[in-house]
Ligand binder design. Sequence first.
Ligand SMILES: Cc1cc2nc3c(=O)[nH]c(=O)nc-3n(C[C@H](O)[C@H](O)[C@H](O)COP(=O)(O)OP(=O)(O)OC[C@H]3O[C@@H](n4cnc5c(N)ncnc54)[C@H](O)[C@@H]3O)c2cc1C
Ligand code: FES
Ligand code: FES
Length: 1312
Amino acid sequence: MLLSYLRERLRLTGTKYGCGGGGCGACTVMVSRYQPGTKTILHYSANACLLPVCQLQGAAVTTVEGIGNTRTRVHPVQERIAKAHGSQCGFCTPGMVMSMYTLLRNKPQPNMEDITVALGGNLCRCTGYRPIVDGCKTFSPESNCCQANGNGAGCCLNGDSPPERSENLFDQEDLLPLDPTQDLIFPPELIVRQQDYQLFRGERMVWVSPVSLEELIQLKTSHPQAPLVMGNTNIGPDIKFKGAWHPIIISPTRVQELFEVTKTPQGVCFGAGCSLSVVKALLEGLVQEIPEEKTEIYRSLLQQLGNLGGQQIRNVASIGGNIVSAYPNSDLNPVFAAGNCTLNVVSKRGRREILLNKDFFVGFGKTSLKPDEIVLSVFIPVSRQGEFMRAFRQAPRKENALATVTTGMRVMFTEGSSVVKELSIYYGGVGPCTVSATKTCAAVIGRKWDEQTLSEAYTQLLDEISLSPSHPGGQVEFRRSLTLSLLFKFNLQMLHKLWEMVWTGSLFALIGSLLGQSGDDPVGRPIMHRSAISQATGEAVYCDDIPKMDGELHLVLVTSTRPHAKILDIDISEALRVPGVVDVITSKDIPGKKFRTFTGIDEGILAQNEVSCVGHMVCAVVADNRKQAKRGAALVKIAYEDLPGPVFTVEEAIEKQSFFLPQRMIERGNVDEAFDKVDHIYEGEIRLGGQEHFYMETQSMVVVPSGEERELKVYLSCQHPTYAQESIAETLGIPSNRVSCHVKRVGGAFGGKVTKTSIIACITSVAAWKTGRAVRCVLERGEDMLITGARHPVLGKHKVGFMNDGRIIAADLHYYANSGNTADESLLVIEKILLHLDNAYNVPNLRGRSVACKTNLPSNTAFRGFGVPQSMLVTENMINDVAMKLGCNAEEVRGQINMYKEVSLTHYKFEFDPKNLLRCWDECKEKSDYGSRRKSVAQFNQQNRWKKRGMATIPIKYGIAFSDGFLNQAASLVHIYKDGSVLVSHGGTEMGQGIHTKMQQVASRELHIPASLIHITETNTSAVPNTCPSAASFGTDANGMAVKVQYCLGSPHMDIQPIDQKQNPEGTWQTWVTSAFIQRISLSATGYYRGHDLYMDWEKQEGQPYAYFTYGACCSEVEVDCLTGDYRTVRTDIVMDIGRSINPSVDIGQIEGAFIQGLGLYTLEELKFSPSGVLYTRGPSQYKIPAVCDIPLQFNVYLLSGSDNPHAIYSSKGIGEPVLFLGSSVFFAIKDAVAAARVEAGMVGPFTLNSPATPERTCLACNTPFTQKVRRCHHLCFCCQPILCFKTYCDSQTRIRERNHRLKLISITQQT
Ligand SMILES: Cc1cc2nc3c(=O)[nH]c(=O)nc-3n(C[C@H](O)[C@H](O)[C@H](O)COP(=O)(O)OP(=O)(O)OC[C@H]3O[C@@H](n4cnc5c(N)ncnc54)[C@H](O)[C@@H]3O)c2cc1C
Ligand code: FES
Ligand code: FES
């Protein structure tokens, strides 16, 4: 593929690997081709990971390196994304840049929709997208308008009230202009190049590329089984992920007939090779050109095309390829079929026409085409008078996600009446292929389109589309419900045009000022991330960008396929026979300690005798390159003996008492006694699923043995280099002083690169140690997701006692965290869960218990928030239940009634002042215009039956720092060179959170020199030893103080000040430094910060585990489509107290990024396991993180003014983690909307909605007549649905029911 060719052969490492399957956009490049027909150059963005190099003959490929760099000229796109703070860890940035660059090559003045469409195929895990869009928006003529009133009427530039905007986060005045004349030209030699038949022979494959249709027919006749590779978006992933192999591949991308487009009055005929983007663009033109009533089918196709894949996929995927791939959930096939489209096919026998209908789709990935037939073109007719067509899809994410259910529906009425003449309904996602609801249609044809007919149609449909309980992908009840809801929507659409929401952009207000501060002092200013430009140009070096060392080997891990089993034998003989395989590393090869000990519990580095989860690391194959190592790994044979009773769920763990000890408990007041005195008691529960870190850069490392004195240099992407250093030294049995760990930058971590990276680094080091050669280990996305664990799923139960006025008097909360097969940091996570269970509420009698359940799933680990997002969700859910029980507003129960109001003690007896918590709460309600919008929401809900709006305001009080005091120390090292330049090292790792930028600001303020003179070097255990993890939102606090103290406390060696002030007051920094050197004053110093003396005594249940609290509040409003469970965040307002921000743009970036990550956690991201503990969700195709389409339509972030914090540097506050929990405001807003829908079904009072509130859960919770109908249907017993389907392991009740039912089925089968 082009990606490996670029990175490995050409050493162009700006193009990144993020997933390898077309799902993340990190590898985006621009492809340009000459179009002989139109004599124009076509530019399109594409995923390099799916682009076969052989197919690029005659094409020009532009990578991020080609458009600009820091040595010559940075391209305006690179500059603007960087300056708009759109690059944090930077790993996604080159891909974003290339998507935007391609858009500008085609349309130099794009509108907002163009921009969001162009970025739709690119994922970012750090920024929350807003700053990226803001940077790109500067190219749009619409960008002068703030967009706060939408892009329709009411533009602020028309004199309508402009919104307040107190300070911009970046200056738009001095941006480089876009000058298309500076762009690279298309190489002229590619225009005149002769087109001839090509044949490439590889080791195992032949690639043939014909030029004429005759040649193509000839080839297909001789090799009927050979696939025709067009966009490679089906064949490519099949080869890569499913091990498909084709000895011959035919690439007909140069056969002109496959790209011809013919327009006639009857319709349009697209060559089968036309890309979906070309189809989309032409249809968009046609709907403008011809009368609207003729474009029903075109508009339905456009509806689907807008959401199909990302732009990069649509740019290469062909219309013919989509049809022939015959995906069960293809978005286009139901529309083609319902729309009476036809195929023109050709073979040696001649041409024929095939109607695209139910007879064409014959099974999973199968059509009625003969093996030697080639689809030449697809004909799409115009619609006729009285004919209407619609397409709908429901997917886990609005865009760039395969649909759960998708449909095309067409009706034709008899002229002048509502009698149905023709009806055609096709679905995807409800069978092995596109299916037709033929019987339902037949039952409706000839009848009036009225309530009676449709009511019978729903019943008929339910009968006709009967999914098997083992339907791939599961969600049987949801899918069946969707078939009905989508038909109902079709019915509604015949009557109404849906109200469409528009992007309204974002608005920022930086409250507070820098009055009285010197203009040269960078602290408090929105300084751009210091590496943003090099990240945007692709020059920033990540771990896998380090050039290959001489003799370097690649390591691939071999993992267990059993959840719990004894290892009987590991046979490596076949693996060793693979050419290039050098060795296989097992536990026996570890020279030192074979396990890591964390919180007193041992965890094996490689499994020795037993495996305890699917994904448990057993051994590792090292070979000359990755492909060989992978081939070797596939041939390692492990013989197992399964052990009985694997445990997957917390219920099973409770039943078997499978826990990591100790369990924790904390209590204030007397909860049991208080329950006797309350007006009401209510018990409820909530489950929160796990969350994959999905850092864009997967786990990566290179270990280089130095060859003498047993030294190792380790380059890795991690948050805790010292832990990696210690682990490696112990594993190898050598002192720590022989291992130096280097972290230049990390492409996202979020807690997932502390312990897990260290263990993989230990294995890689053993391989390097044993072979004496450099070894590189870079996990593929699927391996990373399988092996490295996630956020802990939690089951939370509450019993709450409260009064008629809403006062909560007593609460008893239980938390069960699913830790997986090793303890890792779980015991610390369950402690933090208990320390935050009060959130913002003063509950006088409060008790919490938490336990880490040991299960046979991959070990879970730290994740941004470290248990707090789980803990507080349970608390807030309890508050919600109280409000629902009393029938009052949840915000009143939260704010007016139960929130801490005055200086108080927490449940662990830590005194704090909630003044700023209350200010955030009040300000949030005011800024969001909560009161009047609440009324509008109620009004909206009264007027709309199938759409409901909901609102929720959530507060947060988040403890900052590590409760183990020793983890709060930090050190730094500064060298001043004779030319005045300054080099600073500190213990924090740069993971996108901007710590190096902030340290540069601190050093600049302290030394009174421009930041440009200061360079922050890599984090290196040889420069600054014994560092603490960059985590707990404490990196800036600790390292900032370490950088600061070496100046302000007057390190004895840093005595430049006297020279500066007394001896040469007129001098410059450079002259003072030179004088200091001449006077033999050391120009090098270390700084050390001891940190706060924090502790928590669990025996006494008291302590001071935090340095201070970060406060905030967030109000979100959503609109839910009750028929499908789809939702949209209409508006979010966040007010945060982060003290005096050192860098508002960096901090706002953290706020937005964390919020969007929280929104993903609570509403979108779902890990799915098989009943035997196999993780199914191993890439962006199955696991959906938020994309650009998920940003709230209006997103306002406010920083609380006048807040001081005496406990941290320059009065700032830690902000990395707290806001993630505020994503739950969207969850509770959804729950609020669902509650409104349930009222229509006559259901009031508390109900359980588990997290994430996916469309499936939301739709089923709304309890519409359609879901009720599905439930009532006895064709399918509910409890037998998910037997073989994917189901979250958190849904253990269902799992237990599943298992019982399965047993029942087995016994029934045996009896019969
Ligand atoms: C990340 C990602 C997201 C996606 N999202 C969606 C989505 O949301 N909705 C959706 O519907 N699809 C989606 N897809 C699927 C995508 O639309 C199809 O893979 C694509 O349309 C196939 O076209 P292609 O040109 O890439 O086919 P290829 O992979 O090149 O070929 C696919 C098959 O079609 C056959 N074929 C191709 N052309 C012809 C021809 N002219 N005559 C006969 N046989 C032919 C080939 O022999 C091969 O078997 C997604 C794919 C990816 C990778
Ligand atoms: S690496 Fe190519 S799309 Fe993810
Ligand atoms: S900046 Fe986008 S993934 Fe990190």
